[in-house]
Design a protein around this ligand. Structure first.
Ligand SMILES: *Cc1c(COP(=O)(O)O)cnc(C)c1O
Length: 369
């Protein structure tokens, strides 16, 4: 029995393929290739799901981060606090608007941004904004971060690339806060397009108009009003996302079921697993486990793969260990250890209880060697 990490075959089953081909035929027959009816339908329905005032589709999740920074007026000379466990784009976007990142360390149990480290970095570096990441789908502690940031007028941009359908600690959907939350719909995310797409959710109507303009070359009803860019979302991608919205909440529930089986099957095993309170909150994009050392992590990966269990390193290195950004200021101690020891085991909506039991058994077999 092999246990795949992703399962696109089941995700894009025969019925889905038929439905999406119908939509593509419709788009082709109408020559409606950008910002068509499925863009508007998706934006409205995603807002409802995330309990957000507005959703704006964009070309990808990295653009969403960059455009959020631009919308808040972050640019040359500014410093932006970045959670040190994330995908590279979370730091890259800061450079691409001309600002400089400062790393903020993470909680050693969850990999989520550490509030104490945030406080120190905000006070020391006069940050203009911070980017907490809802990493693996778990919610970053936004209310606590707000207390730190509001005192110093620091903007918060939530990187929700992995958290479609996840919830904050207060039970409200991620993306419903007063901040700009960014999403990626890269194909492997919980809600994935057939290529690149992204979005922001936000409440502020002025910022909403500004981002609408930025994504379409600075256009306004009376000509071009600012220097923007092209970050429109293709109609075909919007059609895929809008169709997948029909099942995303059900699929996230299936991910949560898989996570609860993992908690059961891994009870008492000598590895780090996500904090139990995440069960009800996370979108369960990934299920990270922590080994004792980097060597043990690589050995576990080899062992599990030899048993046909898909596993992947998210992330092979903490951001401050990536060569182009290695000398960046900030804190990183826990993040480096976290990245060195973390391995992600199969997580998708189509994993059975038997498969979870097999993965857990093989982890135990590995540790007993
Ligand atoms: C995927 C991802 C991004 C980037 O999104 P793209 O759509 O690939 O540009 C940013 N941040 C995090 C945490 C991600 O997982």
């Amino acid at each position: 029995m092999s246990v795949p990490f992703y399962n696109f075959q089941k995700l894009h089953d025969e019925k889905f393929q038929k439905d999406i081909m119908n939509r593509f035929e419709e788009i082709v027959s109408q020559n409606a290739f950008v910002e068509g009816k499925y863009n508007f339908s998706f934006e409205e329905r995603f807002s409802k799901m995330q309990n957000a005032k507005n959703t704006l589709l964009l070309a990808n999740g990295t653009d969403a981060l960059e455009i959020a920074l631009l919308a808040y007026g972050v640019g040359h000379g500014d410093k932006v606090g970045v959670a040190a466990i994330s995908f590279y784009a979370t730091a890259e976007c800061v450079y691409n608007v001309g600002a400089t990142p400062v790393f903020i360390d993470v909680d050693p149990k969850s990999g989520l941004i550490c509030v104490e480290s945030t406080k120190r970095m905000v006070e020391k570096h006069n940050l203009k904004a911070i980017i907490p990441v809802h990493i693996y789908g778990q919610p970053a502690p936004i209310e606590e971060l707000e207390k730190v940031c509001e005192k110093h007028d620091v903007k918060i941009i939530e990187d929700g690339a992995q958290s479609q359908g996840g919830f904050y600690q207060n039970g409200k959907p991620i993306g419903s806060s007063k901040h700009i939350t960014t999403f990626s719909f890269y194909p492997t995310k919980n809600l994935g397009a057939f290529g690149d797409a992204g979005a922001v959710t936000l409440a502020d109507s002025e910022l909403t108009e500004k981002i609408k303009s930025i994504r379409n070359h600075g256009r306004s009803p009376n000509g071009h009003a600012l220097i923007g860019r092209n970050s429109r979302c293709d109609h075909m991608q919007a059609a895929v996302l809008d169709l997948k919205l029909d099942s995303i909440e059900e699929q996230n529930k299936m991910r949560k079921q898989v996570a609860s089986w993992y908690y059961e099957a891994l009870e008492g095993v000598a590895i780090r697993i996500p904090p139990k309170e995440m069960l009800e909150l996370s979108s369960w994009h990934l299920f990270p486990i922590g080994l004792n050392s980097r060597d043990q992590k690589y050995a576990a990966q080899d062992y599990l793969r030899s048993k046909e269990i898909g596993c992947t390193l998210f992330y092979e290195k903490a951001l401050p260990e990536e060569a182009p950004i290695i000398n960046v200021e900030g804190e990183r101690e826990h993040a480096i250890h976290f990245a060195q020891t973390t391995l992600c085991i199969p997580m998708n909506p189509f994993i059975s209880k038997d498969e979870v039991v097999k993965v857990a058994q093989e982890i135990k077999n590995f540790l007993a060697q």
